[in-house]
Write a protein that binds this ligand. Sequence first.
Ligand code: T3D
Length: 263
Amino acid sequence: MSENSILLSIASGVAEITLHRPDKLNSFTRGMHGELRSALDAAQNDPSVRALLITGAGRGFCAGQDLADVMDPATGKPGAVSNTLEEDYNPLILRLAEMPIPVICAVNGVAAGAGANIALACDIVLAARSASFLQAFIKIGLVPDAGGSYVLPRMIGLARAKALAMLGEKLDAETAQQWGLIWRVIDDANLMTEARKLAQQLASQPTKALGLIKRAMNASLGNDLEAQLALELNYQGQAATSYDYQEGVGAFLEKRKPAFKGN
Ligand code: T3D
């Protein structure tokens, strides 16, 4: 099992996870998935954590699956892919979607294969101007996984989704922003400063409402209007029981800055 291929730090309400195999563009081994699960457990079990920031070490964000790690030593050929999808990637994508805190991704360089789709599974994606997104799967005879075939058509439409997946061409960060695939492009030198500022901003906001916003937006992709209105009624009822709702209204009426506690 690899060691220290995931770094975790927790400060000021923000858990920061760094994918850390820079010499292999932070591509995922099975050991690295295990380390990531432990880091996510630690972040989620810490009640002070109100936002998660994910980034990559070195010049890449993540090149997806480590292609050396899929080789079966007995045959000298790539082994079956289903285990790591079922046990690693699929639970990871669901976990990011279901975490009740905002997940920010700072894409510091190329995001390829499952690496691109892990970034797109985050709630707010910032990218360095030099970063790029690559549905690399077709180059090795595979199909988009880690949620790529789900999010891409919904975010950018079928025409662009199919072309990206079929051609396997790199999409630069500026175009990704223009297409609505990511939130914002930041000059490389400022990426982490801006990403941390954003994460800290979110960590000081009404966390319960942020978690409900995330669930509502994600659910809307599969709901009709009636179902979504019912869901809003339910979630607004939950948000309205929070301390932060009392605080937000009180602060507005008293013309002062709210001090949200996240509950
Ligand atoms: O089991 C399964 O397969 C199922 C799961 C599938 C999920 C997937 O993610 S499938 C898609 C896997 N990813 C790829 O196919 C991307 C492969 N990488 C690339 O195409 C290129 O590296 C990039 C376009 C991302 C970047 O190109 P470039 O020229 O900037 O860098 P490079 O020189 O290719 O890579 C730098 C090093 O990272 C190099 O190592 P070396 O030669 O210096 O020791 C390269 O081999 C290594 N590297 C990059 N990507 C991977 C990798 N090593 C292992 N696996 C990788 N995916």
